[in-house]
Ligand binder design. Structure first.
Ligand code: PMP
Length: 427
C-alpha cells in the first residue's frame, strides 16, 4: 500500500489538540464521513484565486473574466469527475442536500419517487408533497434489487424517479448502482445518485451505470464547505421554475404596466440565482482534479488497509457490535459504525476526544431509520451509535490510537460504563 508520504497532505495534519491532562497530541480525525479535511492542492488553488476575487458573469474587468473562466471550467471538471455525458448540465449548489432539493423542485407533475428507507435524510426527505413509494431497508443487495423491481412494478403510470445512494454514511457499504439502475430503466424510471459518500472514495461512472443525475458535496470531497453540484440531464431542469428567484436566473425583466414580465435564463444559470460561490466551486474542482491525479488505485489501497485494521481491531474489543446491512465481505468505503454494550455513545465520543485526541461521530447520522434498524438487528436497545470514518487524512497511527483508546475505555474504565435503563443511560 502507498505510504502516507505519497499522498497529498491535508490541511491540519500538523494540528495538535490539548487533552484534559494538559498534554498535547496530534489530532486523529476519524470523522471524514462528516467532512473531510481540505487537501493541500486545494488550499493552493484557493490561495491562487483569492487575489482575483470578483463576481462572475457580471463585468468586463479582468478579475471578473478570470473568475468567470474558472467557474465555467469547473463545470467541465465536474462532468468528467462523475463520468457524465459531455452535454450534461452542471448546476452548482451548496451541497448534496441542496442538489437533491433542487431536483425535487424540478420533478414534472405526477412523478412518483421511489427511494429506500436506508437513505440519508438528504435523499429520503426532499420529496415530501410528491407521490412517494418506500422500499424498506434491504437485508442484502439481491433483496434491494428485487424489492426495487417489485415496487416499480406497482407504481402508477407517469414519470418515475428512483433515488439511489452510492455508499451508506452509516455502514460504508457500496450499493450495486449499475444493477439497480438497470431495474429502474426496465420500468422506465429515471435515477438520481446521492454520491456524497461514494465520490471521495471510488470513481463515479454516471454514464456507465446509466444514472441521470449525480449529487455530491465539496466538503466531503476534501474541499471547504459551501459548494456542491447536481450533474445530469437537462430536460427536467430546463422545464422547471428557477430553484431560487433573483439576479443571474433571469434573461430579461420588462415592465408590463400592471405586472413585470420575466423570462428565465437557460440551465444552469436558471437555477443559480444570486452571486455564486466562485472560490468554493474552484476548490471543489481542484479537489476533483487532485483525486484524479492521485488515482483511485492509490486512494483505495490506502483506505482499504486502514479500514480493515479498523474493523479487525473493533472485532477484538469485547462488547463492540459493528453495524452492517449486508455480509461482512461486501465492498465498503472507510466508514464503520458500532455500538458498545453498556456504554453511552456520547460519553465515549467525548472521552475519545478529551482524553485521546480522537474525533469520531456519535448519534444517528441523519439516517434515523437505518441506524435504528441496524441497532435493533444487533440486539442493542438504543437510538444512537458511534461512527469512525477514514480517508486521505488518516494514517495508521490514528487508527491504532483510536483502537487502543477505545479498548482502554471500554475494558478498564468504569466511568464510561453506563447502561440503558428505561430509556435513560444510568451509571
Ligand atoms: N448523503 C449522504 C450519504 C451523506 O452522508 C450526506 C452527509 N452526511 C449527505 C447526503 C448530505 O450532505 P450535505 O450535508 O453535504 O448536504
Amino acid at each position: 500500500a502507498p505510504s502516507p508520504a505519497t499522498l497529498p497532505g491535508v490541511v491540519g495534519d500538523q494540528l495538535r489538540v490539548p487533552l484534559v491532562t494538559g498534554e498535547q497530541v496530534s489530532y486523529a480525525n476519524l470523522d471524514h464521513a462528516a467532512s473531510a479535511p481540505c487537501l493541500e492542492p486545494v488550499r493552493r488553488a484557493v490561495d491562487e484565486l483569492l487575489p482575483w476575487y470578483a463576481s462572475v458573469h457580471r463585468g468586463a474587468g479582468l478579475a471578473s473574466q478570470v473568475c468567470t473562466r474558472v467557474y465555467e471550467r469547473a463545470r467541465d471538471v465536474l462532468r468528467r469527475f462523475v463520468g457524465a455525458r459531455p452535454d450534461a448540465a452542471v448546476v452548482f449548489t451548496r451541497n448534496t442536500t441542496d442538489a437533491l432539493n433542487l431536483l425535487a423542485r424540478a420533478l414534472p407533475k405526477g412523478t412518483t419517487v421511489v427511494r429506500f428507507d436506508s437513505d440519508h435524510h438528504a435523499a429520503l426527505l426532499p420529496w415530501r408533497g410528491r407521490q412517494v413509494r418506500r422500499v424498506g431497508v434491504p437485508a442484502s443487495p439481491e433483496e434491494a434489487i428485487a424489492a426495487l423491481d417489485r415496487t416499480l412494478a406497482a407504481c402508477p403510470v407517469g414519470p418515475r424517479l428512483v433515488v439511489l445512494t452510492g455508499a451508506s454514511n452509516v455502514t460504508g457499504e457500496v450499493w450495486p448502482i449499475a444493477e439497480l439502475s438497470a431495474v429502474a430503466r426496465r420500468h422506465g424510471a429515471r435515477v438520481v445518485l446521492d454520491a456524497a459518500q461514494l465520490a471521495p472514495h471510488r470513481p463515479v461512472r454516471a454514464t456507465e451505470w446509466d444514472v441521470d443525475w449525480v449529487a455530491l458535496s465539496g466538503h466531503k470531497l476534501y474541499a471547504p464547505f459551501g459548494a456542491g453540484a447536481l450533474v445530469g440531464v437537462a430536460d427536467w431542469l430546463r422545464a422547471a421554475e428557477p430553484y431560487l428567484i433573483g439576479g443571474g436566473a433571469t434573461r430579461q425583466v420588462v415592465d408590463l404596466g400592471e405586472r413585470l414580465g420575466v423570462s428565465w435564463a437557460a440551465v444552469p444559470e436558471r437555477h443559480e440565482a444570486g452571486s455564486p460561490n466562485v472560490i468554493g466551486v474552484h476548490a471543489l474542482a481542484a479537489a476533483c482534479d487532485a483525486l484524479c491525479e492521485l488515482g483511485w488505485d492509490t486512494i483505495t489501497a490506502h483506505e482499504q488497509v486502514l479500514v480493515e485494521t479498523l474493523r479487525a481491531g473493533l472485532g477484538r474489543i469485547p462488547g463492540v457490535r459493528q453495524l452492517a446491512l449486508w455480509a461482512p465481505d461486501h465492498p465498503r468505503v472507510g466508514v464503520v459504525s458500532f455500538a458498545v454494550d453498556g456504554v453511552d455513545p456520547g460519553l465515549l465520543a467525548t472521552a475519545l476526544s478529551a482524553e485521546h485526541g480522537v474525533g469520531v461521530r456519535d448519534g444517528a447520522f441523519c439516517a434515523h431509520l437505518t441506524t435504528r434498524s441496524l441497532l435493533t438487528g444487533a440486539g442493542v436497545d438504543g437510538e444512537r451509535a458511534l461512527r469512525a470514518s477514514i480517508g486521505l487524512g488518516t494514517n495508521p497511527e490514528h487508527v491504532e490510537r483510536f483502537l487502543g483508546a477505545l479498548a482502554r475505555l471500554v475494558e478498564h474504565d468504569p466511568r464510561w460504563c453506563y447502561r440503558l435503563v428505561d430509556g435513560r443511560w444510568t451509571p
